[in-house]
Design a protein around this ligand. Structure first.
Ligand code: G3P
Length: 504
């Protein structure tokens, strides 16, 4: 058997290809960003063709860097930004327009209408999701309604929908010359169109959104020994590699963090934060504002479910300090600036730029900075931004405790922001919980590699994967309970301001 497994990680801001060996150690990577297109307030788009070109380039470059060819890869996995919606023409391979990104709020009226028309409970019950702009169903409906000719093409089966995993698998397996149109259960569970029980597209949900079944991909497990498809000689891999793992990126991170037992959780710190708790084969329905989602399905095994707290804006609030306010020159500098002060100086920042996701689900909320006095400086704002990342995670952790009764003892963390040591210390302080970061911080790409490798016997079992996990650093809480609860109480008041703002 070949010695390595490859993994495409198609994220919100960039696409990377990584190659791992049997110990789960990174052998090579290459990464390229793509454009964030924001044509109007609340709209966020990507160019699907640019994403495909970037994917081709990162695959070729990483293989070249490692001095490897397709024959060195036992399998390839794909993981992706979830919910982001591409609709393309199977005959030409051309997208009907830009991809509508998960952060895009253009469907807010549709989302409120679903609730007003009494569809909210069915969607929550069947799909495990609240009606919100975040998920794909409304985005597909928007394209069907607003792009001329797409509805007819969709009904004929010529217009295809996919999240970016489907788009890339279709391209990698031949595109308009016979590309395979598939997705996996984790990605499908983010559309509002799949039943969590049957793991199939649900007629009632399709009817609510007016979406023709003919445009939807086949739903398969996240790890398949009968491959989704095989890469091509004349594609970026320049050879045939079976594609045997597909997972949405947050579920992939759960797998990369080897959270295979009920009660195990991870928090990924990227543009947003995503805290997932493995609930095993039990479908736990949230009463506290979390999502119920598929965590993974390995081959013929029963699906494993998760409760998820999705937070729209965390790392992107740090980018806002850099790009819009210009008070830092790079993400790393946020730590240095925040360290100039002992505490937040009374400042709380709620970065509700895309409304508030879990556990509030208020697309109309808008950001607020409260508690300012003339004494405050940039450093307090930088510190308040890091605290906002951590308080939002606490909001989600509280909801998880309510829904599941599980209080996580050690929170496994990953993602770019976990390099910010001050932020991780604040996270331990705000939660009152140990925070632990693994050696391989690229858990998303690793998780997709694990799913692909398990399918072909490159790894034998999830127990074997557990042995690959090693801690690089942990943070213990330093605040006492009084300080923790006082600070959190103030945060809750600040959140209330962002909700009151729109109600006035
Ligand atoms: O649900 C959205 C999530 O999958 C995006 O993750 O890491 O691409 O920002 P990321």
């Amino acid at each position: 058997m070949a010695d390595f497994v490859g993994s495409v990680d198609q994220g919100t801001t960039s696409t990377r290809f990584m190659i791992f060996d049997h110990d789960g150690t990174e052998v090579a990577r290459h990464q390229l960003e793509h454009e964030q297109i924001m044509p109007r307030s609340g709209w966020v788009e990507h160019n699907p063709l640019e994403i495909w070109e970037r994917t081709s380039a990162v695959v070729q470059t990483a293989l070249a860097k490692a001095g490897l060819t397709s024959s060195d890869l036992a399998a390839v996995g794909i993981t992706n930004q979830r919910e982001t919606t591409v609709v393309w023409d199977r005959r030409t391979g051309r997208p009907y327009g830009p991809a509508i990104v998960w952060q895009d709020t253009r469907t807010d009226r549709l989302a409120s209408r679903l609730e007003q028309d009494g569809h909210g409970d069915v969607i929550r019950e069947k799909a495990g999701l609240p009606p919100a702009t975040y998920f794909s169903g409304g985005k597909i409906a928007w394209i069907l309604e607003n792009v001329p000719g797409v509805r007819e093409a969709a009904e004929r089966g010529d217009a295809l929908f996919g999240t970016t995993d489907s788009w890339l698998v279709w391209q990698l397996t031949g595109g308009r010359r016979g590309g395979v149109h598939v997705t996996d259960v984790t990605n499908a569970s983010r559309t509002m169109l799949m039943s969590l029980e049957t793991l199939d597209w649900d007629d009632e949900l399709l009817e609510i959104f007016g979406i023709p079944r003919a445009m939807l991909p086949d739903i398969r497990p996240s790890s398949v020994s009968d491959p989704y498809g095989t890469t091509l000689e004349n594609g970026p891999f320049a050879g045939e590699v079976p594609i045997t793992g597909v997972l949405g990126d947050q579920q992939a991170a759960l797998v990369g963090q080897v959270c295979f037992s009920p009660g195990e959780a991870k928090n990924t710190y990227g543009t947003g934060n995503f805290l997932l708790l493995n609930t095993g084969t039990d479908l736990v329905r949230s009463k506290a504002g979390l999502l119920t989602t598929v965590a993974y399905q390995l081959g013929d095994d029963a699906p494993v479910y998760a409760l998820e707290g999705s937070i729209a804006v965390t790392g992107s609030a740090v980018q806002w300090l850099r790009d819009q306010l210009g008070i830092i020159s790079g993400a790393a500098q946020s730590e240095a600036l925040a360290r100039q002060v002992e505490d937040n100086g009374g400042v709380y920042f709620v970065p509700a730029f895309s409304g508030l996701f879990a556990p509030y689900w208020r697309s109309d909320a808008r950001g607020a900075i409260v508690g300012l006095s003339r004494y405050n400086t940039n450093a307090h704002l930088a510190r308040a931004t890091l605290e906002a990342i951590c308080f939002q995670s606490r909001d989600v952790a509280e909801a998880m405790r309510q829904d599941s009764g599980v209080a996580v003892d050690v929170l496994k963390v990953d993602g770019g922001v976990t390099e910010n040591e001050l932020c991780m210390q604040i996270q331990a302080d705000v939660l009152g919980t140990t925070v632990s970061r693994p050696v391989v911080a690229e858990t998303t790409a690793l998780g997709a590699a694990y799913a692909a490798g398990l399918a072909v016997g490159f790894w034998e079992s999830t127990d074997e994967l557990r042995r690959n996990w090693q801690e690089s650093k942990r943070w213990e809480p330093q605040w006492d309970d009084e300080r923790r609860e006082e600070a959190y109480g103030r945060w809750k008041k600040a959140v209330q301001r962002t909700l009151d703002w729109v109600e006035v």
